[in-house]
Design a protein around this ligand. Sequence first.
Ligand code: ZN
Length: 133
Amino acid sequence: MHILRINTKKKQEIIEITSLVKDIVKKAKIDSGICVVYVPHATAAIIVNENYDAALNEDIIKRLEKLVPSNADYRHDRIDNNAHAHIKASILGPSETIIIKDGELRLGRWQGIALCEFDGPRERDVYVEIIKK
Ligand code: ZN
């Protein structure tokens, strides 16, 4: 397993990690298999989506904030004031699985892999596991 250590900068943000994952896949030198990208934190998520227009990431953060406002009447906020971050992370999920074929990640032309931070800034680990076919 490989670990990517990412320092997030904002309270909520989406950080492109595609090239970091691609480097790990390249070094693994396998022809076919799968790549699992997993974040072991309860207030962060991993997504695969368009990475061409950075404004889309702002749209995703903004829309999630409308659906799940940072400040509402959450019971969990009595503990560490981040219920909204857990809910957003639950909606998106902690991992993505990408197929490796001919030694490369089979992402679509406009797709990238991103880490979503909902309770930053923090140091986050992202686990990358490559399983050979
Ligand atoms: Zn919490």
